[in-house]
Write a protein that binds this ligand. Structure first.
Ligand code: ADP
Ligand code: MG
Length: 475
């Protein structure tokens, strides 16, 4: 935090220790909880989710920039999902060398061949940013947009309560009032409920497709609870369950365990190892070919790939999706940092040479989701050294490394010692949309996710305990 009182606060170890205990109890009372790694399928023992002790200051202009651009990102993801030619062209190089993306693309092809049955589109995404100084002012730079299983809308809905409380106990009343309220799970449930309603079958359920190990179930439960409040039943099924007890009727309605499914909400299935057998792939295909509303459908899943992100940053590409809207193009483009293709040819050669010469300026990203896959520093040279002259390099994109400023804070994590670190934050905005035919019935920004990690860690997932949930303190 910016002011002197806060600096004093950060230094007083007795007070910090006391506040940390208060924060943990507050996390428990507000339900910022996770199951334990050792017992991911039981709520008998749970712990608080990793959380920062203090909220992190964010300039108001940045926060407003993220909210304002989110509805355009929703529109963009929706439009790309409806543009098979674009997806085919953009992903051609990736799928020629990346088996997982190729497999997803094959499902997309099959769905198109059979003809898309469902005209209701449901998007729940999250666009993530860091910020850095640019021409004298701070500007949001997109890390990525997650169109598949964007998580933490549930726990992030509770986080401001803890940080407000901490600042009150610490005597920082004025600052406590500057913590932004956050209700993403409510907004997400509203969009799911709208899609369910449009599907038009009172007895049909919303099916969450979930992992075997469900240690972040409590985050998802917040959305489930909101749906149940509106008398919409939810069920939780794994790919295996869908494979065993799922079928399509003559009208291609999806039934799982004899229950009709109105909405399939994927919270699992973004990584290759999530498909443990051919049966899991068959189950995915069956769901995609059904009349159920998919969140996301396969084409929206592909719209969220890193390759699409890289191509969007090339001159003229955003204009394809926002013709005659130069201001929107400008607004979206302002959030891009440098992104470079590693496709074969002169442009890709140039990017390889640049990365090899100054690896610390870049992040090398394979077409993967879920954290822990990116390549930094010297390792970029090792990886590119091996693939630089072959098509295998097309499985990656290259990105400028964003250099955010750090702020001192404490991360509270089960079993870890409490110590002050220089931290950097990643701010995500949750987008929701519901499309019926060509008409967008909902297009909203419904909240934010603030995650903060020690600046020494390259990757920052809350699941892995590297980052803590945080709140925005506007200044
Ligand atoms: P994933 O799909 O695995 O979540 P991300 O693109 O979100 O991949 O990257 C994972 C993490 O790596 C981010 O949360 C962020 O902490 C860090 N990261 C990614 N891209 C950049 C970048 N361009 N500059 C700095 N850090 C980055
Ligand atoms: Mg990410």
């Amino acid at each position: 935090m910016a002011d002197g009182v806060q600096n004093e606060l950060l230094m007083s170890t007795t007070l910090i220790d006391e506040l940390a205990e208060v924060a943990k109890d507050s996390a428990f009372t507000h339900g910022i909880l996770m199951r334990l790694g050792k017992s991911p399928n039981s709520s008998e023992e749970v712990t608080y989710a990793p959380i920062t002790l203090f909220p992190t200051p964010v300039p108001r202009a940045l926060f407003l920039q993220g909210i304002a651009v989110q509805t355009h990102y929703n529109t963009l993801m929706n439009k790309i999902s409806q543009d098979p030619d674009f997806l085919e062209e953009v992903l051609a190089s990736t799928i020629s060398v990346d088996d997982f993306t190729a497999r997803l693309f094959e499902i997309h092809r099959q769905v198109l061949k059979k003809g898309r049955l469902q005209s209701i589109g449901l998007g729940l995404n999250r666009s993530d940013y860091m910020w850095e100084q640019e021409n004298g002012h701070a500007s949001l730079k997109q890390i990525e947009i997650n169109t598949f299983a964007a998580s933490f809308g549930g726990l992030a809905s509770r986080t401001p309560n803890v940080h407000r409380h901490i600042l009150q106990v610490a005597g920082q009343l004025e600052d406590s009032q500057r913590i932004i309220d956050n209700k993403p799970a409510l907004g997400q449930a509203k969009a799911v409920a709208k899609a369910w309603e449009l599907y038009g079958s009172k007895g049909a359920v919303v099916m969450f497709v979930v992992a075997d190990k469900q240690f972040n179930i409590l985050d998802q439960r917040v959305i489930e609870n909101e749906l149940w409040k509106g008398n919409i039943a939810t069920i939780r099924k794994r790919f295996e369950d869908v494979s065993e007890s799922g079928c399509l009727d003559g009208d291609k309605r999806l039934f799982v365990d004899h229950q009709e499914v109105a909405v399939v909400y994927f919270r699992h299935g973004e990584m290759p190892h999530h498909y443990k057998s051919e049966k899991a792939w068959d189950a995915r295909l069956m769901m995609e070919c059904s009349l159920a509303v998919k969140c996301p459908d396969i084409s929206t899943h592909l719209a969220g790939t890193k390759k699409v992100q890289q191509v969007l940053s090339q001159p003229g590409v955003l204009e394809r999706f926002f013709p005659d809207q130069p201001q929107v193009v400008e607004q979206v483009r302002a959030t891009f940092t440098g992104l470079y293709s590693l496709d074969m040819g002169a442009e890709g050669d140039k990017a390889v040479a640049m990365a090899l010469a100054t690896p610390d300026r870049f992040v090398l990203k394979p077409e993967r989701e879920g954290g822990g896959n990116n390549i930094y520093g010297q390792e970029i040279c090792e990886v590119l050294g091996k693939v630089k002259n072959s098509a295998a390099r097309m499985a990656y994109i290259l990105m400028d490394k964003i250099q955010p400023e750090s702020t001192p804070n404490y991360l509270l994590r089960m079993g870890k010692p409490l110590k002050m670190s220089n931290c950097v934050s990643e701010l995500g905005f949750f987008g929701t949309y519901v499309r019926h035919g060509k008409v967008m019935l909902i297009n909203d920004c419904v909240g934010y996710l603030m995650r903060t990690k020690s600046s020494g860690n390259s990757e920052g997932s809350v699941d892995s305990g590297m980052a803590g949930l945080d709140s925005v303190l506007l200044f």
